[in-house]
Design a protein around this ligand. Sequence first.
Ligand code: PLP
Length: 405
Amino acid sequence: MTAIAGPAFSGRTSRLAHRLIDDGQGVWGVHDRACEMAARDEPVCLLSVGDPDLPTLPSTIDAAIDSLERGRTHYAPGRGELSLRRTIAAIEANASDKPCDPDEIVIFPGATNAIYSVLACLVDPGEDVVVAEPMYVGYDGLFRALGINAVTFPLEAAAGFALDVAAVQVAVTPATRVLLLNTPGNPAGNMITPAQLCALAAWCRERDIWLVSDEVYSMITFEQPHTSLRKAAKALDNVVVIDGLSKSHAMTGWRLGWTVSSLALADRLLEFTSATLFGCCQFVQDAAVHALTNDEDYIAGVRDEYRRRRDYVCQRIAGIPGLNCEVPAAGMFVMVDVAGTGLDGLAFAEALLDQGQVSVLPGAGFGASCRNYVRISLTLSVAAMASAFDRIEAFVATLECKPRE
Ligand SMILES: Cc1ncc(COP(=O)(O)O)c(C=O)c1O
């Protein structure tokens, strides 16, 4: 290589890029290590990530292939294909008992990008988003990317991680632009009641605050059906609902999510997504129409399967001294309090992977208050879960556990 004259290239990257550098908390370290073990064909049980092991509905795959064969491989409208927006609008209108215009829907490549786009359009750098702790581990990166501050309110474990409206109100500051809710919640599987959603929507509206509800687990509920913020709220102009196909339809890799908002905000989102994405795959959107219109039996099966797994996991945890959990009402996860083992969540997860070859997610990823927890994903069949729990039980038996109170 010939030497180039002049000053060395600095390789400088932006402040945003620096804000996203992993702060070394090690939350994903256990999972990453487990994936490396799996790649070496070691018999590791992966319970650390929320990627459903269930297959996408086969006819949805056929719909995508058919769409590809019909040449649906070009740019799509920025707001999303009208056929998909009509399908979602009909579902939303039915679920909320309120009309929904297809132009109030904007399609994104996954809920993550939908949340990012919504926050980018609603919050300026330095302003606040109020969000629950424990909170979905993926929110933190979005806040950092946007340079916005997260102000948290607690979901108390002793209250089954139920939301307390008064605690939310205390967290709101003059710099709060958005209250971000997640119902059903990841990681705790808690559900916000319709009355609470209604009260918060009105309270936020009076204070000129947007209320954004991430509802990607809306179809995975075990006792009560989900009530959307859109159904609960009386006025909809400050309300945004985000949903997607990753969890309910086991379609994480397809990248398909959406927002439902006022037309005015949908227009801003259209401009933002046109500038940053220029549309989503046509064939994925065609497959999404199929998925959403042929899913009654599929979703019932998904729900039954996760309920079976939840019941099994909670029953096994109840039989292991040192472990405690709340039974989640929804979602794909169980939060396990490991304080009784004498280890915090990170040490527990590291040692369980080393000694038992089971990977779980350390609770610190959901906020400092969860450092004595690990999150177990319900992403293995009951038979496979039985073997994972035999290993967990054997591992915990090696620890000096305090007796259960
Ligand atoms: C609460 C919550 N919101 C959003 C997402 C991201 O969903 P998507 O795959 O559609 O980006 C997840 C994924 O785990 C989640 O748990």
